[in-house]
Structures are given as C-alpha cells and as structure tokens.
Design a protein around this ligand. Structure first.
Ligand code: UDX
Length: 439
C-alpha cells in the first residue's frame, strides 16, 4: 500500500513538501489553520511566489494524490508519517526561536493519535526540541509510546524550493530507532535512488545541522562584506577578490557576493536562534563569533546609506531617492528582513522621498512599509530622482539601458549595492557610479 503522508503547515516549506511528496507518488494531505490558504492550495495555487510550485501543486491536486484541509481529524489516524512544517520565527524582543506554532501542532495532533505514527519535524528548531516534543506525544496521545519523533531538516532556498525538494543535495535523518530510519528511507526513496546522500544521526545532531549550515553561510557573506570595507580603503575590487579565493575548492565561490548583507526568512533568524541556544547551553565561543557575523551584516546596510549620502553631497531632507528592489533577494516576493526595504525605510526616516520598484515584491513590501511610495516600473521610480540605489539583483535591473534611465532622473548618481551592474556602461552613459567594495 502506498504511504500516506500529512504535511502540517502549508506555507513555503509545507507547500513545497506536500507537492514534493505527491510527486514522489504518495497520498498527501496538507493541513493548515488558515482557511484562505487551504482554499488556494486546493485550487493548485501556492500561497506565495515560487517558480515551478504552482504547476506541481496543480498536477497533483488534479491527480487526486494531493489535497488540503483545516481539519486535523482527517489526518490523525489516516497518515503513516506526519511532517511538521510550521514556522519558527524570531521571538519578539528576543533572539530565540518562537516555538508557539510547533507547540500548537502538538496540542491539536497529540490527543487525536490513536495508532502508531512517525512524526517528523522539518522546521528549524533549537537542539533538544525533538526529545521534548516526543515526551509530550507520549503523555498526551492515546497511542502513547507508539508515537515516535524524528527530525529531518530542510535546506530549501527560496526561488529554488521545488528543485531543492525534489532533488535534495543531502538528506539528514535524525532518528532514535532503526524503524524510523527505514520509514524515512521509504519516504525519500526517489531522491535516494537518484543519488542524494543520506546522513543518519541522532536527533540532536540533525536539529543542529540547519542552524549550523545557515550560520556558516552567513559567516561567508559577512566575511566577504568585511573584506569589501577593506577593499574600499585599499582601492581593491572585492568581486575579483571573491573570484580569486573562490577558485580554491576548500573555499568555493558560493555565498561570497558582497552587497547589502543577507536577509530573508532564514539566515538572520536562524543565526540568532543558534546564538540564543548556544547561550542557554553555556557555549560562549560560538555566541561571540556569530555576534560578530550579525554585526557586520547590520553595518552593511548603514554603509550603503553612507555611500549614497556621500554621493549626493547634501542632506537627505527633500531629496528624491529611487530604490530598485524590495525583495530580500532576486527570484522571490519575500521581503522578510530585506536589506533593500530596510535601507529604503531608513533613508525615508532621514527625510527623503523614497520610491521603490520591485518586479514581484511590491504587495508584500507595501504591507510592511506602507509609507514608502511604490512605482510600477523602473522609469517611474526613477522619475526626478537625485540618486538611484540598486539593492536586489533582479535580472531586469542588469538589462537596463543607462541612457534611458538617465533621461528621467534629476541627477545621474547610482549606488550599485549588489555589485551586479555593468559599471563601464553606466559611466559611459554619464552616470557617477559607486559600488561599495569596488574601486
Ligand atoms: C537560505 C539557505 O541558502 C538555505 O539553504 C536555507 O535552507 C534557508 O536559508 P534563502 O534564505 O532562500 O536560503 O536565501 P539565500 O539564497 O541563501 O540568500 C540569503 C541571503 O543572503 C539573501 O539576502 C541574499 O541576497 C544574501 N546573499 C547570498 C549575499 O548577500 N551574498 C551571497 O553571496 C549570497
């Protein structure tokens, strides 16, 4: 009989997981407390912009392998495996992860489980969570000890979520029994057959993997951003420096693009949750180290504002500023912890009029920063601007004709915060062009 899988929480991680499990051939029910999201998903539409996800959802809502509900009773004794995919955001006013969504999943699911089940956490949680949750299932479920907890962290990059789900670069199974390992091997048989490597560990190791991976990626970005500052002083080029060190296989070129620093729903909060947990466990070294990574990241945003200020050579008050990009990176409509939007907001606080254009993220940006002005094209955003800031690396911005943009601005001054534009072409068109980290 084919496995039955429930996916609890159907935002970014859950929607990808549910669609992926159906693509692997299993019967899948996704559960969410948000009725409008469930309705959308049942029509085969993702709750967010993610390339390739809508068609995959539509395929499997049509085949009938995949459906969504708000009712936990439909999954409780139906599924063999329950994946927990709810959010673990940063707690308000604290660095630690907010586990309230995970906790309310247990509140609802545990009393309904009357037969053996494997519950698999995919959300990013502090080390020690799986064991604590398992104790709760053992006391709160009618099935008691027959409910087992495993942890299988996800490594989805936004804008590549479908590919990362179907063809994971590694699978980590944090398990406390052979039976749990075998079950997970069954669930992921397709990518395993394709060659995805599997690391089997205890649950604590698996819980640490995601935070450790993101802390390392954040460290790479902050390292190159710190070097960008050095390049500015020394007259060196940080992009060529990254290319040169990146050829060393031990270093690698990935995550070495200097810019406005990392943002998004993962890196910033995972790094902080990791620090908070290290603090709780009394491991000072990693805390001190990661605090420096976080501080470098924050300074990057100020640095870009300073460079732009320097370029206009006047007070911000009364200036018109065009910001190209609002999403935290290209390929997504996500604005969580977006450096672009933060920089736009801070410049506005200095008294400038800031107009933002983003090809996908305007709606989300408007919800977070309603006082900024939003344009529906680059040229509209740049109309009468005293300075242009390029802050999200959408391909559309690289393809701009500098002469066409120059015709609409008040002053041809541009800061390429992402180091992605063709400096020579912009300068040749008469722009004063600054890219922090490049001469
Ligand atoms: C990240 C991890 O890559 C992924 O493995 C994890 O599961 C979730 O977090 P994501 O948040 O989608 O994925 O974005 P990613 O592509 O890693 O970029 C993170 C941030 O770093 C973005 O703001 C991006 O613009 C920035 N970045 C990335 C840089 O500033 N320089 C780089 O070289 C790469």
């Amino acid at each position: 009989m084919t496995l039955r899988i429930s996916v609890i929480g159907t935002n970014y991680l859950g929607a990808n997981t549910a669609a992926g499990m159906a693509e692997f051939g299993f019967e899948v029910i996704g559960v969410d407390i948000d009725e409008s999201r469930v309705k959308l998903l049942n029509e085969g539409r993702a709750p967010l912009f993610e390339p390739g996800l809508d068609p995959l959802l539509k395929t499997h809502t049509d085949t009938g392998l995949l459906r969504f509900t708000t009712d936990y009773r439909e999954i409780a004794d139906w599924a063999d495996v329950h994946f927990i995919c709810v959010g673990t955001p940063q707690t308000d006013g604290d660095y630690a992860a907010d586990l309230s969504q995970v906790s309310s999943v247990v509140d609802t699911l545990a009393p309904l489980l009357t037969k053996p089940a494997l519950v698999v956490g995919r959300s990013t949680v502090p080390v020690g969570t799986a064991a604590a949750l398992e104790r709760r299932f053992h006391t709160e479920s009618p099935a008691g000890q027959q409910v087992e907890l495993a942890w299988q962290p996800e490594f989805l990059r936004e804008a590549h979520g479908v590919d990362d789900t179907l063809h994971p670069d590694r699978l980590v199974f944090g398990v406390a029994s052979d039976a749990a390992e075998q079950r997970l091997r069954e669930v992921f048989a397709t990518p395993i057959a394709e060659g995805s490597p599997v690391v089997v560990s205890n649950r604590q190791t698996a819980e640490l993997v995601k935070g450790a991976a993101n802390a390392f990626l954040a460290t790479k970005i902050s390292f190159i951003n710190a070097l960008a500052e050095m390049c500015d002083v020394a007259g060196a080029d940080v992009s060529l420096l990254a290319d040169a060190i990146g050829f060393d296989a031990r270093i690698g070129r990935g995550m070495l693009n200097a810019g406005p620093g990392y943002g998004g729903g993962c890196l910033p909060k995972d790094l902080r949750a990791f620090m908070a947990r290290a603090g709780e466990l009394g491991v000072e070294e990693i805390m001190t180290f990661l605090r420096a990574v976080d501080e470098i990241n924050r300074r990057r945003r100020s640095r870009i504002i300073d460079v732009a200020h320097d370029l206009i050579g006047a007070e911000w008050l009364g200036r018109k500023v065009a910001v190209l990009g609002a999403a935290f990176k290209a390929g997504t409509d996500d604005v969580r912890s977006s450096p672009a939007l933060d920089i736009a907001g801070r410049i506005q606080l200095h008294g400038a009029t800031v107009t933002v254009y983003d090809p996908q993220a305007t709606e989300n940006a408007r919800l977070v920063r309603p006082t900024l002005t939003y344009a529906s094209s680059v040229l509209e955003a740049c109309q009468g601007a005293n300075v242009v800031l390029h802050l999200t690396e959408w391909p559309e911005f690289r393809e701009l004709d500098p002469a066409e943009v120059k015709a609409v601005v008040a002053d041809p001054l541009i800061v390429d915060g992402r180091l992605a534009l063709d400096a020579d072409a912009w300068r040749a068109a008469g722009w004063t062009f600054r890219a922090p980290g490049k001469p």
